[in-house]
Design a protein around this ligand. Structure first.
Ligand code: GLC
Ligand code: CA
Length: 523
């Protein structure tokens, strides 16, 4: 591992351009708006900004359905605005990484009409599709095309046909496109569902799920040639640039993650094991909550197994707000937002902050399906209410708890400006955490050990660096908790409760998070 790479020491801020900042009052965030907030982002202290897709798109899946990889969607602005963004970001020392969505395109991409060999086609079985796989946003994963006389694969939807990575010409088109963005000044990529690009040779039926279709998740992730393709991508394009690369790797195992993050492939990997803890048989549509024990086990497994190559996150544009999920939306909103930040930011890996997280934003809540935009939620609502699995009230409750639109509401800039000016705000707390990572290398490179806190609702761990030892303790409950420190610490590095009595009394207030430290040789 090259320990001094800037990629290892960065903190990333994710922007969902549609709802970030709208400069011309058409209701849609845009590049000019984003440029006007670069000072805000810089003030937070991050190094890298990841932009969710801004390419030309029919917006069926909010830009994750691209119809032209080489142009900016006019709802966001022009290529000149984009060049200005790169220049303005770089002049502030901020890097920009783009979303790279190359598992699939939009069905309106010109390739889909002109280059059938760039997509995945199969004959049906009699009148039925080639297998029983379902698309994530509803219906079969296979769509019959009369002119071709075959079915094409769309793992997400029929509007997002999967690209055929077996085709070398297609792959080289993608590499050339990446090269053009990198030459334009882009600093790297977040690679959308990159673990899905290599399809298995045989495509067997999957286990039937509650939507009536077969589950492909046992067959598609980490397919036979995915590592070969990523190594080829490095040789053909990435190796010529100093890039920041992160894999979105649905269905990744620890062993696979080690391969994705080898020097020949990518820098770091997102896994989703902690995000899946409140799911079940009916996918995310349940009242289940993330169990703290499960969270501790999953995070610890990845801390120990993947170390600095972890992409650390509790929020993104596909997840409900973590304060609603594991914190408190009421009187402890700010404190629980800060607690969750402590819990994540002291771990090994690269922290990702999703827009609005630094303000302690909570879920949106939906009272009618007409307020919902996300194709995933809309499909689930109609298919599960029609099949009688859930009532409309139930589905709206689940969508309010788990739906992706919860993270896609506009940033409240009035509140952001207020927090910007308030030293006790969630914003300033994030800023402090980000600064601490810069001044305490043990946060980046120290070892991680989970601390056994028995049945108490605590998540505690130790980071041991060369110069210092850190003890991180987070109370995940609405109750005060008494806990006796296993070893002696006298100094507080950061705490989300200005009235903390923990060092004197051993009492952690509701949602209190405290980080203690001492020089390593002063034990
Ligand atoms: C990724 C994106 C998600 C999108 C999907 C299909 O999971 O994060 O927003 O819907 O891929 O591109
Ligand atoms: Ca706008």
């Amino acid at each position: 591992m090259q320990k001094d790479k800037w990629q290892r020491e960065s903190i990333v801020y994710q922007i969902y351009p549609k709802s970030f900042c709208d400069s011309n009052a058409d209701g849609i965030g845009d590049l000019r708006g984003l440029i006007s907030k670069l000072d805000y982002i810089k003030e937070l202290g991050v190094d890298v900004v990841w932009l969710s897709p801004i390419y030309a798109s029919p917006q069926f899946d909010n830009g994750y359905d691209i119809s032209d990889y080489e142009t900016i969607d006019p709802i966001y602005g022009t290529i000149d605005d984009f060049d200005a963004l790169i220049e303005q970001a770089h002049s502030r020392g901020l890097k920009i990484i783009m979303d790279l969505v190359v598992n699939h395109t939009s069905d309106r991409h010109p390739w889909f009409a002109s280059r059938h060999d760039f997509y995945i086609w199969r004959n049906g079985k009699g009148d039925a599709p080639p297998n029983n796989w379902g698309a994530l946003f509803g219906g079969s994963a296979w769509t019959y095309d009369e002119t071709v006389g075959k079915y094409y694969l769309g793992l997400f939807s029929k509007h997002q046909p999967d690209l055929n990575w077996e085709n070398s010409e297609m792959r080289h088109e993608i590499y050339a496109m990446m090269r053009r963005w990198l030459e334009r000044g882009v600093d790297g990529f977040r690679m959308d569902v990159i673990s899905l690009i290599s399809k298995p040779e045989t495509m067997p039926d999957g286990e039937i799920t509650t939507n009536g279709y077969g589950d492909w998740s046992a067959f598609v992730p980490n397919g036979p040639r995915v590592h070969e393709f990523l190594r080829e991508m490095r040789c053909e394009v990435l190796k010529d640039f100093d890039t920041f690369t992160v894999a979105e790797a649905a269905g990744v195992t620890l062993d696979e993650a080690k391969k994705y993050t080898s020097p020949e492939e990518l820098d770091m990997v997102f896994h989703f094991e902690h995000m899946d803890l409140d799911g079940g048989e009916t996918f995310k549509w349940t009242d289940r909550e993330i169990p703290l024990d499960g969270l501790k086990q999953v995070m610890t497994k990845w801390q120990l197994g993947l170390g600095v190559a972890n992409a650390l996150f509790f929020n993104n544009h596909d997840q409900p707000r973590m304060v609603s999920r594991l914190g408190d939306e009421g009187i402890y909103r700010e404190r629980s937002a800060k607690m969750l930040a402590v819990c994540l930011h002291f771990m090994q890996g690269t922290p990702f902050v999703y827009q609005g997280e630094e303000l302690g934003m909570i879920n949106a809540k939906f009272t009618s399906i007409d307020e919902v935009n996300d194709p995933e939620s809309i499909d689930a609502y109609y298919s599960h209410t029609r099949s009688g699995m859930f009532t409309e009230e139930e589905m709206l409750r689940y969508i309010s708890m788990k739906g992706r639109d919860n993270a896609r509401t506009p940033i409240p800039w009035n509140d952001a400006n207020r927090q910007f000016a308030d030293a006790d705000s969630v914003f300033h707390f994030y800023k402090n955490l980000i600064q601490l990572r810069r001044t305490h290398k043990s946060i980046i490179y120290g070892s991680y050990t989970l601390v056994d806190t028995g049945d108490l609702p605590l998540f505690a761990y130790v980071r041991q660096g060369e110069a210092e030892t850190l003890f991180i303790c987070c109370n995940f409950s609405r109750e005060s908790v008494t806990y006796t420190l296993p070893t002696d610490f006298r100094d507080i590095l950061i705490c989300n409760n200005t009235d903390s009595t923990f060092l004197k009394t051993g009492i952690l207030a509701p949602f209190e998070a405290i980080v203690l430290h001492r020089a390593t040789d002063s034990v």
